[in-house]
Design a binder for this molecule. Sequence first.
Ligand SMILES: NC(=O)C1=CN([C@@H]2O[C@H](COP(=O)(O)OP(=O)(O)OC[C@H]3O[C@@H](n4cnc5c(N)ncnc54)[C@H](OP(=O)(O)O)[C@@H]3O)[C@@H](O)[C@H]2O)C=CC1
Ligand SMILES: O=C(O)[C@@H]1CCC=N1
Length: 268
Amino acid sequence: MTIGFIGCGRMGSALLEGALNAKMVQASEVWGYDPFPGAAEALSERLGIQVAQDNRDLAAQSDLILLACKPYQVVEILQEIKDLLTEDKLILSIAAGITIPTMQSQCPDKTKIIRIMPNTPSLITQGASGIAAGAHATEQDLAQACKIMKSVGLVEVVDEDQLDAVTSLSGSGPAYIYTLIESLAGQAQQEGLSADAALRLATQTVIGAGKMVEATGMSPAELRNQVTSPGGTTLAGLEALSANGFESSIKAGVHAAAERSREIARES
Ligand SMILES: NC(=O)C1=CN([C@@H]2O[C@H](COP(=O)(O)OP(=O)(O)OC[C@H]3O[C@@H](n4cnc5c(N)ncnc54)[C@H](OP(=O)(O)O)[C@@H]3O)[C@@H](O)[C@H]2O)C=CC1
Ligand SMILES: O=C(O)[C@@H]1CCC=N1
């Protein structure tokens, strides 16, 4: 099985490197193309992947073609490689908001398409992805795509119309969490900690809390109660968070990202 990465930017290279680290694929079976000078070449030097001359060369060499370009480039790229899309090839797209029907309309009738919404922690096999299969993709194709994504993290198979929600949660989510870590550490500095110690403690707190949800099977509300002593510090912190719109801010952020994903779909 050969995999071609169309676009070797932030997410394409994270997935590529994650899948190689997880030994899901061998470097000699991976092709990359990116018009940004040196992008694919740098991955080739560091990881040993093959560099395609262009997207047509990549499409001809690859059994699986993974679209990791920007959303607005997907249609143009599919038009460019359309005549090379034989029935045995599988298109995987990670582009936010670009629907399977939009892609299908640019491809030969029976083209097999699967949409994936990954996230950048896939680079360190801690990803969280949603996957939806198009009408012509088989169970085996879906299983293969899931296997690739499971090699770099958690996978949820969803209906295509749920991918906007996945995008707004786990796709964009790492950025929300980085903002949370930054804010936690920034204020802890104001309260007297060094910048380094504050960042380390904030980071481990986020990791530890996430792992508690995973490991205990308890709800976030139950776990929150365990931390919150009557009349104590946590209660004071939670009340101030609530009074300053913490929960509603997070909900508004997730909603705005989902709406933007739907908007990209309408524009394409
Ligand atoms: N970053 C993230 O956390 C996530 C991103 N995604 C999706 O992944 C996709 C890529 O995002 P991201 O990696 O952040 O973006 P990047 O801009 O980092 O990567 C996209 C790459 O594609 C290249 N490119 C441009 N035109 C072509 C072309 N014709 N053929 C091949 N490659 C091309 C770009 O080159 P150049 O810079 O020269 O234009 C760039 O290097 C997007 O569709 C996004 O929605 C999904 C989940 C998470
Ligand atoms: O910001 C974006 O549009 C992409 C999709 C999800 C994460 N990054």
